[in-house]
Design a protein around this ligand. Structure first.
Ligand SMILES: [Mn+2]
Length: 455
């Protein structure tokens, strides 16, 4: 058996799928270094900027860092760039902010791994950087990095869960006992669902805890009071991620920081009305998408100046759900364009886009969901290159994650099916005496690809 180390790691250590095994952030590399650095920064009174990513997972991780750094009495600020009109990750604006506002140290959560150049620049300018991310494109050689892929723990975690494990170490029993911390646990649970992480290992552990305490959270209670109907577990996730970040923050942070009951109610009312407002804007972007999409070589393209870039990812997901074709939705953002791409296993849209990534300014994501930014003059070459790449279906078939012989396949079949049921996506080539068969995972188990394989 050979192939993708992450999948092999699970097959060889199936116990890491187990949610009952108490997870630890120290199963991941550099976690001890992270605590050492944080404590050192506190001693020297350094000022910290924490940078996030505007989606449910990013918001949950950012809030976790706020809880941690406040607890440690540190001098910090959190910053959530808007997906609508700011750049993703460590942008020029973020670097300017660090320089101009007297920060010494940058921590990124749910972003940063794709910012190798910017990290180097920051270090040259004398600033320290630490990255906590789970995306699969970027510089894995970064020395100040906690990433679920690196270490002996379960490799497919949301950033929210990764930050949760950091707090589990810091707060120990208090995390389960102190009601003020329930909202954080709840958000971390939501990060598993919103980032579609496999429900296994630490993800499942956090999700279960989070379902247990949901009705004791302030979010639940106050929502119930102002709405007269209790929220569903996932409903809040939709509401939070629909409301845009504003001036580097988010209404949910205002809510969570507020101590006074009447003010909490006021903010929650505002959250609900902002949600309704934003839903209207989403429908408007969806209308333009429905009027501008086309499908070429089995890829659906949606390209429009009228689409709000905030919604590109959701629109791509919606189209994928309806048609099954890989989808790329491209929208104008300030002076450049941004794209969000979605696909279903076994076709990894990330692998296809990696081939044209030399045309991108920024590129990152996961095998079936990724994003990029691109200059307008590169759009035409991008479409031309993609046309060539997607003309043959075999370009979509990723390199198999695992190559295995028939005998071993029969032996490991149970574990492989278990992985599928847990939402871990991978592909397998089974080598027989005469032929090889290509399998890929679906939520119901391994599925054989009927298309004959010409590799
Ligand atoms: Mn994420």
């Amino acid at each position: 058996m050979e192939g993708n180390n992450l999948i092999l790691k699970i097959i060889e250590n199936p116990e890491i799928l187990d949610s009952e095994r108490v997870p630890s952030v120290f199963h991941y590399k550099n976690s001890d270094k992270f605590f050492d650095i944080i404590n050192e920064k506190r001693e020297f009174g350094e000022r910290i900027l924490v940078l996030g990513h505007e989606d449910m997972d990013g918001i949950s991780s950012l809030y976790g860092m706020e809880v941690l750094l406040r607890r440690k009495g540190m001098d910090f600020e959190i910053y959530l760039p808007s997906r609508e009109n700011e750049a993703h990750g460590i942008s020029e604006e973020v670097i300017k902010k660090i320089k101009n506002e007297g920060f010494d140290f940058l921590i990124t959560v749910d972003c940063g791994i794709s910012n190798e150049r910017e990290i180097k620049l920051l270090r040259e300018l004398g600033f320290d950087v630490f990255i906590i991310d789970h995306h699969s494109e970027g510089n894995f050689k970064e020395e100040n990095l906690i990433h679920p892929f690196i270490g002996k723990g379960f490799p497919f975690l949301s950033s929210g869960v990764l930050v949760f494990l950091i707090l589990m170490h810091e707060l120990k029993e208090e995390l389960w006992e102190n009601e003020d911390l329930f909202d954080f646990t709840y958000l971390a649970g939501l990060s598993v669902l919103s980032d579609k992480m496999p429900q296994a290992g630490p993800n499942e552990f956090v999700l279960k805890k989070s379902q247990k305490i949901f009705s004791y959270t302030r979010i639940y209670k106050i929502f119930n009071e102002v709405n007269l109907k209790p929220p569903g577990f996932k409903e809040i996730s939709k509401i939070i991620s629909t409301i845009p970040a504003e001036s580097g923050s988010h209404l949910i942070f205002d809510f969570l920081r507020e101590k006074e009951h009447e003010s909490q109610k006021k903010i929650m009312k505002r959250i609900i009305s902002r949600y309704i407002e934003e839903q209207g804007k989403f429908e408007e972007s969806m209308f333009y998408a429905r009027n501008s999409y086309y499908t070429e070589n089995n890829v659906t393209f949606i390209v429009s100046r009228e689409i709000n870039p905030r919604y590109a990812g959701w629109i791509a997901s919606r189209f994928l759900k309806d048609s099954g074709f890989p989808v790329i939705c491209i929208a104008k953002k300030n002076n450049e364009w941004v794209g969000e791409a979605r696909s279903k296993p076994p076709f990894s849209i990330l692998k296809v886009l990696r081939e044209v990534s030399f045309l991108f300014k920024d590129f990152g994501g996961h095998p079936f969901a990724c994003g990029f930014s691109i200059k307008e003059e590169n759009l035409h070459p991008f479409f031309e290159n993609l046309k060539k790449l997607t003309a043959e279906i075999k370009n979509f078939i990723p390199e198999p994650d695992i190559i295995i012989d028939e005998y071993e396949f029969r032996e490991k079949r149970k574990v492989l099916d278990e992985l599928c049921l847990r939402g871990i996506y991978f592909s397998v080539v089974v080598k027989g005496k005469e032929e090889e068969k290509f399998y890929f995972s679906t939520s119901k188990g391994l599925h054989v690809l009927s298309e004959p394989l010409s590799r």
